[in-house]
Design a protein around this ligand. Structure first.
Ligand SMILES: CCCCCCCC/C=C\CCCCCCCC(=O)SCCNC(=O)CCNC(=O)[C@H](O)C(C)(C)COP(=O)(O)O
Ligand SMILES: Nc1ncnc2c1ncn2[C@@H]1O[C@H](COP(=O)(O)O)[C@@H](OP(=O)(O)O)[C@H]1O
Length: 326
């Protein structure tokens, strides 16, 4: 080996060790593992990557299928994002309970796991509801918008009469200064969209950024307690691909159907389904970061998503609570 290559290797190892030690120190100081710090940080990376792509892409690349709000990934997955997250966590728990994982052997362990899982799911669901759906009136994201001067404007009278008949119209809406349309500051963004109004004038935190980061943090922090290692994860995936491609040597023996092999794989690797959804959420977050909202609005969505995970997963660790242990 030449001395230049050896020097480079030594330099690389030294830098790697410094980075590794710093990372460990930082993780320890905030009560998280190195993997968690990387995962939490990946959303900031996504944010910066989105900005860079937006700035450096040509117009043709900036306008495409993924910034069409009607694209199927947005309408069928993200817009029902909490429901998909719920489906995945339920399937994950079923697989873990059936997998004879060393952490869930006895009946007592299973009950404790389910109880803790349900408590954390309920709090995370409640936080999602408060931010995006309802918070003793308007959801938090819409409250922020209205408090910063935002309104639902340019609502045509025809639309209004269709959805707000009679006295309801006067309760919520007043005529705009243009004299041709109506406006309101106490209806949700959802209602405004239904009325084909313009949701403008305030700081509008990104619901998409919130939902995608909130769901990802929940799935990651909830399932990481059962994580094995990357080599075994990829090993299982490679193994499955090999089995699906291979023609059985003994043609006379009853071969396992491909479907049965895939089912076996999901049983043995319950994290795979979580991995799939996390990949989709990360990709859709990148699309939101490239094409939608202002930087500040996305940052507020991100901070509210971090807040939920801090409350449910890090605060108990910090307080040394044993009631909702992860
Ligand atoms: C130990 C196991 C723990 C898991 C326990 C699970 C228990 C489940 C219990 C029973 C199952 C019942 C079935 C429940 C179904 C799931 C509940 C839901 O999530 S229903 C709501 C689905 N809706 C969504 O997902 C909507 C997501 N969309 C939004 O929040 C917003 O559209 C937006 C923030 C993405 C954007 O807002 P916009 O205004 O810009 O469109
Ligand atoms: N990744 C994505 N793909 C497609 N549309 C997206 C998107 N992220 C955000 N949007 C759209 O951008 C708008 C603002 O999103 P949000 O406030 O939730 O961050 C929403 O439009 P609509 O409300 O008209 O559906 C939403 O559908």
């Amino acid at each position: 080996m030449s001395s230049t290559v050896r020097n480079n290797d030594e330099l690389y190892n030294r830098h790697y060790n410094i980075l590794h030690t710093r990372m460990k120190q930082f993780s320890k100081s905030i009560g998280a593992t190195s993997g968690e710090v990387l995962f939490l940080g990946s959303f900031v990376l996504n944010f910066m990557l989105g900005k860079l792509i937006h700035v450096f892409s040509s117009q043709e690349a900036v306008y495409n299928y993924y910034n069409d709000k009607r694209n199927i990934l947005n309408q069928f997955f993200v817009k029902k994002g909490w429901a998909w997250t719920t489906v995945v966590i339920v399937v994950f728990y079923i697989l873990i309970l059936r997998s004879k994982h060393p952490k869930v052997q006895s009946q007592q362990e299973k009950i404790r796991l389910l109880r803790n899982g349900l408590i954390k799911y309920s709090i995370m669901t409640f936080w999602w509801v408060l931010f995006t759906q309802w918070c003793f009136g308007l959801p938090i994201m819409d409250k922020v918008f209205v408090w910063t001067g935002g309104k639902c404007q340019k609502v045509a009278e025809k639309e209004l009469l269709r959805h707000f008949p009679g006295a309801l119209k006067d309760k919520f809406f007043s005529p705009s200064s243009d004299g041709e349309s109506f406006e309101a500051s106490s209806i949700t963004s959802y209602t405004c969209r239904k009325l084909k109004g313009a949701w403008t004038g305030g700081h509008d935190p990104s619901g998409h950024v919130f939902l995608l980061v909130h769901s990802s943090l929940y799935l990651f922090l909830e399932t990481s307690q059962f994580w094995g290692s990357w080599p075994s994860f990829f090993g299982s995936a490679r193994n499955l691909c090999g089995k699906l491609r291979r023609v059985p040597a003994d043609q006379s023996a009853e071969p396992k159907s491909k479907l049965a092999q895939v089912v076996d794989f999901f049983h043995g690797t319950p994290h795979f389904i979580v991995f799939l959804l996390l990949s989709l959420w990360w990709f859709m977050l990148l699309m939101t970061n490239i094409y939608f909202h202002s930087l500040a609005e996305k940052l507020v969505g991100l901070l509210f998503a971090y807040a939920g995970a801090l409350l449910v997963y890090y605060l108990p660790r910090y307080l040394g609570s044993s009631r909702i242990s992860t």
